[in-house]
Design a protein around this ligand. Structure first.
Ligand SMILES: [Zn+2]
Length: 138
């Protein structure tokens, strides 16, 4: 268990338990989600690094929401991950992702659709944009 204070939020989390959770979650098989998983770690290393301390794999989100931007890219307007742990002070951390001012990072004590069975908190991002790279129509 790791205890950490991030921007006024005091957190406790278990990165090992989160890694185990991450490996067994069901992933969405729609083209938008597969497109995200295929390239997020390579194109957004800052996002992957932000998640790594918690034991979260950037390519295995709990929940994704996306829209076609019309220029060959997909805007992922909300991407949610969950971490085995809990808040014991504060309810939300929010800041631009380091090195990516257009992307905002959130750590929240709130619900997102997930398969957790114990205590958890969420790590989310808005404003992630990726090219569509799959060899099939969207
Ligand atoms: Zn999907």
């Amino acid at each position: 268990m790791t205890r950490e204070t991030i921007g006024g939020c005091a957190l406790e989390y278990d990165a090992e338990a989160t890694r185990r959770y991450d490996r067994r979650i069901t992933l969405c098989e729609c083209a938008g989600c597969r497109n995200y998983r295929a390239q997020i770690r390579k194109r957004y290393p800052e996002l992957a690094a932000f998640l790594e301390r918690f034991g979260v794999d950037a390519a295995r989100p709990d929940e994704l929401s996306w829209v076609e931007a019309g220029d060959g890219t997909i805007l992922y307007d909300s991407v949610d991950y969950t971490v085995c742990g809990r808040f014991f002070e504060g309810t939300e951390y929010r800041a631009p992702l380091p090195g990516r001012p257009e992307t905002e990072a959130f750590i929240r004590d709130e619900y997102v659709p997930n398969e957790q069975t114990g205590e958890y908190f969420t790590v989310s991002f808005t404003g992630v944009r990726l090219p569509y790279v799959l060899n099939e129509p969207l």
